[in-house]
Design a protein around this ligand. Structure first.
Ligand SMILES: CC(C)(COP(=O)(O)OP(=O)(O)OC[C@H]1O[C@@H](n2cnc3c(N)ncnc32)[C@H](O)[C@@H]1OP(=O)(O)O)[C@@H](O)C(=O)NCCC(=O)NCCS
Length: 191
């Protein structure tokens, strides 16, 4: 795969948005809160009664990212010949981005997506490794990435990349009735 490194702007996102970002939800990591949380939490992977497809691009305004100042961000687009197989965007050094917690030593995998025709061929891993190398070369100390308990494949993918779970927020999506039951999981990697 050839990886192109691009600024995050309208022209890049016009290409990026050609890659769909959906997955099938057939199981979820349900969170058991022990003793109202005093004794911690426990994940239980459970099959869902009715599997469904979740599409990140149809939740909210697509590519609202340009509402942020993306001057420090970077996008990686992966090609096999002329075919666009995947994209990954790193957000960093953006004080208004809550995900970064005001830290300028933390980079965030803001988005990663592999075209459905090219999943399970190692392309996601290659793009993730590119993001790690880019972040290391710019002296970031940690990389983080947000996902949800309904995206079990992504959780396993981040684990396999060497991330560990840093935060579980059961109420992160509370104000959105469609996503209220999803649990936010934030994975971190030391660089
Ligand atoms: C999550 C996502 C980015 C992973 O990308 P991917 O390219 O499929 O990931 P990889 O191929 O590197 O790894 C996935 C699996 O394929 C396997 N794999 C890698 N190369 C392979 C090959 N040549 N042949 C067979 N399997 C292979 C990996 O071992 C891994 O297996 P595992 O799931 O059993 O551990 C992708 O599924 C995706 O785009 N999902 C939809 C959008 C999304 O959920 N994004 C994350 C938002 S938080």
């Amino acid at each position: 795969m050839e990886i192109k490194t691009l600024p995050v702007n309208k022209a890049t996102l016009d290409k990026y948005c050609l890659i769909p970002s959906y997955f099938e939800v057939d199981s979820v990591l349900n969170v058991d809160v022990l003793n109202d949380g005093f004794k911690g939490m426990k994940f239980k992977e459970e099959k869902v009664a009715r599997p469904y497809r979740k599409n990140y691009d149809t939740e909210g305004e697509p590519f609202f990212w340009l509402n942020f100042n993306t001057g420090n961000w970077v996008a990686f687009l992966g090609y096999e010949g002329a075919a666009l197989v995947g994209g990954l965007t790193v957000a960093c050094k953006t004080p208004e981005l809550r995900m970064l917690n005001g830290r300028d030593d933390l980079a965030d995998v803001w988005d990663i997506r592999i075209h459905p025709d090219y999943k399970h061929q190692g392309f996601g891993t290659k793009l993730f490794q590119e993001a790690v190398a880019w972040s290391r070369s710019r002296s970031f100390k940690q990389l983080c990435v947000e996902t949800q308990n309904i995206n079990v494949r992504a959780c396993r993918f981040y684990l396999k990349q060497g991330c560990r779970l840093g935060a579980i927020n059961r109420f992160a999506y509370y104000s959105n009735p469609k996503e209220r039951d999803e649990v936010q999981l934030i994975w971190f990697m030391d660089l």
